[in-house]
Design a protein around this ligand. Structure first.
Ligand code: SAM
Ligand code: ZN
Length: 315
C-alpha cells in the first residue's frame, strides 16, 4: 500500500530567510495628480524611471510617449472604450480646427484671462484639446490640465504639444488633489459638481458651456420634422445648488455656413448622426453648404463656500 500523501515540511526559500533590503525611497518631483489606487499624491521620479508617475505606496503609471498618463483603472471602466467614439473625436478635431467655433473659443479665453494671470486651468472632458490649444495660444503663463475618459481624445490632445498635464480619467473622479485648480472649464462634456468643487480653490471659477435652444437648428431641420429646442445645460437640472453659485450667464449666437466635408464632420461629431436615418445622413453629407445657427450658453460659477465673489486677483 502506498504512503498516504502529506505535504513536505515547510522550509522557507533562501530569499525569504533573508528578505532583500527595501530599495531606498526614490525622490519624486511632486505633481497635482493623485493616485487612483490609494489617493496619495503622484510624483515623477527625478532619476531612473522618469517616465512614470508613482505614489508613496509604489503604485506606478507610465507616461505615454505622447506625454499623457492613463489613470483610469480597468475596474472603473464601464466599457472597454469609454467616452466618445474615435470617429466622433476625429470629426470634431477637423471641424473645430477649421475655426467654426472660434467665437466661443475667444469668449472662453477672454474669461479665463479676466480671472487673473498664472492660473492653473483644468479642461474637464477636454476632448482632443482644441480649447486647451486656444488657451495656450492666448496665454503662455497658465498651467494647463486636461482630462477626458477617451484615451484617443487625450492622445490627440497630447499630440498638440501644449505643455499641458493630460490624463485619461473620469470627470466623476477627477485625478487631481483638492483645491489645486483656479479655473475649470467644461465644454459640452459631462461634469460632476461635487468633484469639480473639490478640485477648485475656494476662489476658483467654473466656466461651463452648453447648447442654447437654437444650437445647430439648421442641421436638425434636416433630421426632425419639428425642430426640438435644446434643453439647455444638464448641469442646471442636477442637484448641484449646494456646490456652486451662478455668477453670470453669457449667450453667444451667430450663423455659420459650413462647407463640403466639414458638414459630414459636424454631423458625425454630434449625437444627431445616430438620430438621423441613413437617407438623412446621406442627404446631409451630400450638401455643398449648410447654414445654421450656433448658440452657446456660458455659465460662470463660483464654489459655494467662497466667501468673496469678487473677481479673482490674488490667486
Ligand atoms: C461633446 S465632447 C466635448 C469635447 C470638448 N470639450 C470639445 O468641446 O471639443 C464630450 C467629451 O466628454 C468625454 N467624456 C464622456 N464621458 C466622460 C466622463 N465621464 N469623464 C470625462 N470625459 C468624458 C468624451 O470622451 C468627449 O471627449
Ligand atoms: Zn497609490
Amino acid at each position: 500500500m502506498s504512503e498516504p500523501f502529506s505535504y513536505p515540511p515547510f522550509r522557507p526559500r533562501d530569499n525569504e530567510q533573508n528578505p532583500p533590503e527595501p530599495a531606498a525611497v526614490q525622490a519624486l518631483k511632486s505633481s497635482l495628480f493623485k493616485c487612483p489606487s490609494c489617493s496619495s499624491n503622484l510624483g515623477q521620479p527625478t532619476e531612473g524611471q522618469v517616465n512614470t508617475y508613482q505614489c508613496a505606496n509604489r503604485h506606478c503609471f507610465d507616461i505615454a510617449k505622447e506625454g499623457y498618463v492613463n489613470l483610469l483603472l480597468a475596474q472603473r471602466r464601464r466599457s472597454t472604450k469609454p467616452g466618445d467614439s474615435d470617429e466622433m473625436i476625429r470629426s470634431r478635431q477637423r471641424f473645430l480646427n477649421a475655426g467654426y467655433y472660434q467665437p466661443l473659443a475667444d469668449a472662453i479665453t477672454q474669461k479665463v484671462q479676466q480671472f487673473g494671470a498664472h492660473q492653473r486651468v483644468l479642461d474637464i472632458g477636454c476632448g482632443e484639446g482644441y480649447y486647451l490649444q486656444q488657451l495656450r495660444t492666448s496665454a503662455s503663463d497658465i498651467q494647463l490640465y486636461g482630462i477626458d475618459i477617451s484615451k484617443t481624445a487625450v492622445r490627440l490632445a497630447a499630440k498638440r504639444k501644449l505643455n499641458a498635464q493630460l490624463a485619461v480619467d473620469s470627470a466623476f473622479n477627477i485625478p487631481l488633489i483638492d483645491s489645486s485648480i483656479n479655473t475649470a472649464i467644461s465644454v459640452f462634456s459631462p461634469i460632476s459638481a461635487i468633484e469639480t468643487a473639490r478640485v477648485l480653490t475656494p476662489k476658483g471659477r467654473l466656466i461651463m458651456v452648453g447648447p442654447g435652444a437654437k444650437h445647430l437648428a439648421g442641421l436638425t431641420a434636416h433630421i426632425y420634422e419639428n425642430t426640438v429646442p435644446h434643453q439647455g445645460n444638464p448641469f442646471n437640472t442636477t442637484a448641484t445648488d449646494s456646490e456652486f453659485n451662478l455668477l453670470e450667464t453669457l449667450e453667444l449666437e451667430q450663423e455659420i455656413t459650413v462647407r463640403l466635408s466639414d458638414i459630414e464632420d459636424l454631423l458625425k461629431m454630434t449625437p444627431y448622426y445616430w438620430y438621423a436615418r441613413p437617407e438623412q445622413q446621406q442627404t446631409i453629407c451630400a450638401l455643398k453648404e449648410l447654414t445654421t445657427t450656433v448658440h452657446f450658453v456660458i455659465h460662470i460659477y463660483a464654489p459655494k463656500e467662497a466667501a468673496d465673489l469678487s473677481p479673482i486677483a490674488d490667486q
